[in-house]
Design a protein around this ligand. Structure first.
Ligand code: ASP
Length: 427
């Protein structure tokens, strides 16, 4: 037992060390190793790329089967549609509420720091802005119903997968013994996927190191200089949301120790930071919430995939700051009504958008358009977005986990003994 405990703590520490080592190695390579075939093609584009992407792909491989099976099991364990509906409504309300707080934090901070005032636009490295195709709210809602569930699974359409899996789960609960072979199959396959998640995590240190080293070697640090105010404001907003808003909500609703929560959830945050994709984090997040925080899988299997798709508080913070930044950079005055429009559009823009790298910049075009800001302004922040994307992804998934823990607590599905113990249940 003691040996196992040591091993688990070891993995978390090793992941953290690989993050720091990756950042140092990458930054040193950026400055001290001359650009050329060996650095760019063999090491960064070859070794780091293969190990980094290989790791992300291994995690992505788990997402669809794991979400589907655990959600079928989760909803059949809850059984009745009334309880499911209650959990669902509470979760969605919580997600919308935290997103609205996030943008308000961002807008308030940005009006204090004035990130875009006095900016020399010509001095900034510009990327190429991609514009989001806007879908009407009616179509966004209709798209949740899969025309073909197999296609939904194949495309990894999270909302379609959630809906179909929940219906299967509810029917399994209704049929009881008549369908126990099918129910047993999903339960066992779910165990297989959880085991696979643990195995894949063993190679996380190599994956994290490679991803971070590659990013830091490629990143243009010089591009940060004119953008420091903007970046500092986004980091400040993310910090307030993660360490103040979430922790207060957690304390208020559950009375759990916020520091302990952060410590236990930290490896998931590191993983989200290095991959910049909430979606690929789903399996690890569910595993950590179950084994270390004590949240019943019947809740997390539903709320975590849902949150990865509809709840992006970190992204909303970047969007709030970006609005003020662009308005100031282009000398456009925004009215209080515009700010309200931004809060509403940024909250809605994230719904139905998968948590993948850089998607926040694409939905930002909708937010800009809603208050008449020029979409070209997005090009100004593209060059430095990767590092912000990584950080906001860590906040996005922490928001999902905090809401999940609160909802589980209110549903009576939180095991405080697991939370208070230092040994994960799977050990
Ligand atoms: N990369 C973020 C995520 O996966 C989304 C974004 O802000 O671009 O949560």
């Amino acid at each position: 037992m003691a040996k196992n405990k040591k091993k688990k703590i070891g993995l978390t520490t090793v992941i953290l060390l690989s993050l720091v080592a990756g950042a140092l190695v990458g930054a040193c390579m950026h400055y001290f190793v001359p650009a050329g075939y060996v650095r760019d093609t063999v090491i960064v584009g070859g070794i780091f790329y293969v190990f980094g992407q290989g790791f992300i792909r291994l995690m992505q491989m788990l997402v669809v089967p794991l979400v589907f099976c655990s959600l079928v099991c989760g909803s059949s364990a809850i059984g009745d549609t009334k309880t499911l509906g209650k959990v669902g409504v509470k979760t969605i309300v919580f997600y919308l509420f935290t997103t609205a707080i996030a943008i308000s934090v961002a807008l308030s901070l940005a009006t204090l720091t004035n990130p875009g005032r006095g900016l020399d636009i010509d001095n900034i490295t510009k990327g190429e802005a991609t514009v989001a195709e806007s879908t009407s709210l009616a179509d966004t809602l209709l798209n949740i119903i899969p025309k073909n569930p197999i296609q939904g699974l194949a495309e990894g359409n999270m909302l379609q997968i959630i809906l179909f899996a929940m219906i299967v789960g509810i029917i399994l609960a209704k049929l009881g013994e008549k369908a126990d072979i099918v129910a047993g199959f999903f339960a066992q396959f779910n165990d297989v996927m959880m085991e696979m998640t643990s195995i894949v995590m063993k190679v996380a240190p190599i994956g994290v190191f490679s991803l971070i080293a590659k990013t830091f070697c490629e990143i243009g640090f010089d591009a940060f200089i004119p953008m420091l105010k903007y970046m500092g404001t986004v980091f400040g907003g993310l910090f307030v949301q993660c360490c103040v808003v979430y922790m207060l909500l957690l304390l208020l609703f559950t009375r759990l120790n916020p520091l302990k929560f952060l410590k236990k959830f930290f490896p998931v945050m590191v993983f989200a930071f290095s991959t910049a994709t909430s979606n690929a984090t789903i399996p690890l997040s569910i595993e950590t919430l179950t084994d270390k925080i004590g949240v019943s899988k019947k809740i997390s299997s539903f709320t975590i995939p849902l949150g990865a798709t509809i709840n992006m508080d970190g992204t909303a913070i970047m969007q709030g700051v970006a609005v003020v930044f662009a308005a100031q950079a282009y000398g456009i005055a925004l009215s209080p009504a515009d700010y309200l429009t931004v809060i509403a559009t940024a909250t809605l823009a994230s719904i139905g958008t998968a948590g993948v790298p850089g998607v926040g910049l694409i939905t930002l075009s909708m937010v800009f358009a809603s208050v008449g800001l020029p979409v070209e302004a997005i090009a100004l922040i593209m060059g430095i977005d990767r590092i912000l994307d990584m950080t906001r992804t860590a906040v996005n998934i922490t928001g999902d986990a905090v809401c999940t823990t609160i909802v589980a607590h209110q549903d009576g599905s939180l095991d405080r003994d697991i939370f208070n113990s230092d040994t994960p249940v799977s050990e």
